[in-house]
Design a protein around this ligand. Structure first.
Ligand SMILES: Nc1ncnc2c1ncn2[C@@H]1O[C@H](COP(=O)(O)OP(=O)(O)OP(=O)(O)O)[C@@H](O)[C@H]1O
Ligand SMILES: [Mg+2]
Length: 204
């Protein structure tokens, strides 16, 4: 996508973990003030991509520029960069309600010898609290986005992606497969990979 005022630029970025080609010729430009949500199946390279932007991972080839400057290798310049470039990771799909309820309840039934109904009630109370924390995090992030902070967000929270993202970057197998406006992506995904991913995740 054409970006007017680039803040983060990745050009032809490649990385392997052993024989696994985890970032495959990644080209991505994030404009100043943009909110880019990165989604995709587990293992597609989302975290590695974000870690590379913050230089928590080195890359083998290609360029990463922040505000026109190549990522510093080390030292004070890197510390300054890290002070400016924060990271946000979310994996809310871990809270897919049924699985969690069953898991949380199981421990109470087995260990605390609670009855299933009591355990489920208690589990629901705890999960509601976690749900409230998730919403608070999302609200803070939406506020930061409104304040103009540039964000690259890895999330499994599709509601957040739809409401806060300027762009959705969909990754699969180390590649950026789609880079689109959220409404376009969610209503008319082009790739089979994205269609498959959405059909699974939206069922939760
Ligand atoms: N330090 C590492 N050493 C070896 N392999 C790694 C390492 N970090 C990640 N991988 C592998 O690289 C691939 C991409 O991992 P990554 O964590 O970037 O995926 P992800 O898209 O963030 O997945 P998830 O949605 O589960 O967080 C996976 O196959 C993972 O097992
Ligand atoms: Mg990850």
């Amino acid at each position: 996508m054409a970006v007017v005022d680039p803040l983060i630029e990745l050009r032809g970025v490649n990385k392997h973990f052993g024989t696994l080609h985890v970032l495959q010729s990644i080209d991505l430009t994030v404009g100043r003030g943009e909110v880019v949500v990165v989604i995709g199946p587990s293992g597609s390279g989302k975290s590695t991509l974000c870690r590379a932007i913050n230089r928590l991972e080195s890359v083998e080839s290609g360029e990463i520029l922040i505000d026109g400057q190549p990522l510093p290798e080390e030292g004070k310049a890197l510390a300054r960069l890290r002070a400016e470039v924060g990271m946000v990771f979310q994996s809310f799909n871990l809270f897919a309600h049924k699985t969690v309820l069953a898991n949380v309840s199981l421990a109470q039934i087995k260990v605390r010898k609670r009855k299933k109904e009591d355990a489920d009630r208690r589990s629901r109370e705890l999960l509601a609290r976690v749900g409230e924390m998730i919403n608070e995090v999302l609200e803070v992030m939406q506020q930061l986005a409104r304040d103009g902070m540039t964000m690259v967000v890895v999330t499994h929270e599709m509601g957040f992606a739809r409401s806060a993202a300027n762009r959705v970057v969909f990754m699969a197998d180390g590649r950026i497969v789609e880079d689109r406006a959220p409404e376009e992506f969610f209503t008319a995904p082009r790739s089979e990979r994205a269609k498959d991913f959405l059909s699974k995740i939206l069922k939760h």
